[in-house]
Write a protein that binds this ligand. Structure first.
Ligand SMILES: Nc1ncnc2c1ncn2[C@@H]1O[C@H](COP(=O)(O)OP(=O)(O)OP(=O)(O)O)[C@@H](O)[C@H]1O
Length: 337
């Protein structure tokens, strides 16, 4: 296996009752994450970014389920390739938090208010190592210093409600990295924070990624965060990848009209102040997708073909894929007839 993680044809079904067929919330997702790569997943709310990453962690539960024909292969620490979707529950628990870990948007809800910061960091070590309590405490302290928490010794004894949002997110990062994971999934890690604190947390994550050799999947609705942190990006729209490329290509050779819309809606601090662009309409609801392009109703370039058939994900340049009839080859257009 060439990549750290290979996702192929991932679909996620939502079950709504015994007699009703499941709704596909995401489908046909192919992603490759390289070692030490910062990979961004961007898209509006409800596009399927979080459930896609929850499926990597084995965290989907009823009424959601991974669809038939999906595959997520992961290169383990011991050098073996493992199909995560068929890993027994116990082995998945051992892998989660050790080889793959996750940081969530709301640290306050992810941490347990009843336990001290030390207890919560140590818990993650206790599950995955056989260090003595004093060695675990020492490791927790060292980790808090790495995430630049001031007064680290005192903070170890405190409870989550004593800390600010930015400090809590640093604690979450400490917990996520303490077992030196190969892959870190960060689900909107800065959305709940003030802008200045957001920048500090992103800087910290960039720094730590270099020293830990960890790959990161950064989930965000903000292309500014992608520009700050990622090398490769997949743009999600209504449960599909609509564009995938290097960050440089996404920003400078944008192919999909949805990505252009996202770029135009990013606030810019430099240059003359223009009115902020918004993409008209809203993301269609899963289960009510039309038979054509899912972005058709909101697209300024929509043609009759766009309403007839789903465009394929096409290579528009080496390493740059786009799901849009504007960029499909003649053969692909012919095949859709
Ligand atoms: N447990 C659940 N039960 C039913 N539907 C769900 C569940 N979890 C997610 N969904 C649906 O799956 C779709 C994708 O959700 P997801 O949270 O992955 O989107 P997202 O792109 O991460 O959005 P956000 O940025 O708001 O988190 C949405 O339509 C959501 O309503």
């Amino acid at each position: 296996m060439d990549h750290l993680l290979e996702m192929r044809n991932l679909s996620i079904d939502l079950y709504r009752g015994r007699r009703t067929p499941p709704v596909k919330l995401v489908e046909g997702i192919d992603l490759n994450i390289d070692k030490k790569q910062n990979f961004g997943i961007v898209g509006e709310s409800g596009c399927g970014k979080s459930i896609t990453c929850s499926s990597i962690m084995g965290l989907l539960s009823f009424p959601l389920s991974v669809g038939a024909g999906s595959s997520i292969r992961f290169q383990r620490e011991n050098g073996t390739d493992t199909e995560l979707l068929s890993l027994p529950k116990k082995q998945m628990q051992q892998l989660r938090g050790k080889e793959i870990s996750m940081i969530f948007q709301e640290p306050m809800t992810a941490l347990d208010p009843m336990y001290t910061i030390e207890d919560q960091i140590v818990e993650s070590l206790r599950f995955h190592t056989d260090l003595s309590r004093s060695a675990m405490r020492e490791a927790a302290l060292e980790m808090l210093r790495k995430v630049k928490i001031p007064r680290a010794e005192e903070i170890l004894k405190e409870y989550p409600h004593h800390l600010s949002g930015g400090m809590l997110q640093r604690v979450m990062i400490a917990i996520a990295l303490i077992n030196n994971p190969r892959l870190l999934i960060a689900d909107e890690p800065t959305t709940a924070l003030d802008v200045t604190i957001q920048a500090q947390i992103l800087d910290l994550m960039n720094e730590l990624r270099e020293s830990y050799d960890t790959s990161v999947i950064m989930i965000t609705h903000d292309l500014g965060v992608i520009a700050e942190t990622c090398e490769q990006v997949a743009v999600f729209y209504a449960g599909q990848v609509v564009e995938q490329a290097s960050v440089d290509d996404i920003f400078h050779h944008t192919a999909h009209p949805y990505t252009s819309g996202l770029l135009r809606s990013v606030t810019s601090l430099g240059g003359e102040q223009k009115e902020l662009y918004t993409i008209r309409g809203t993301v269609p609801t899963a289960g009510q997708f039309s038979s054509g392009c899912r972005f058709a109703d909101r697209c300024e370039h929509c043609t009759a073909r766009c309403r007839e058939a789903v465009p394929p994900l096409t290579e528009v340049a080496p390493g740059h894929q786009c799901r849009c009839w504007l960029h499909a080859s003649g053969a692909e257009k012919e095949a859709a007839r």
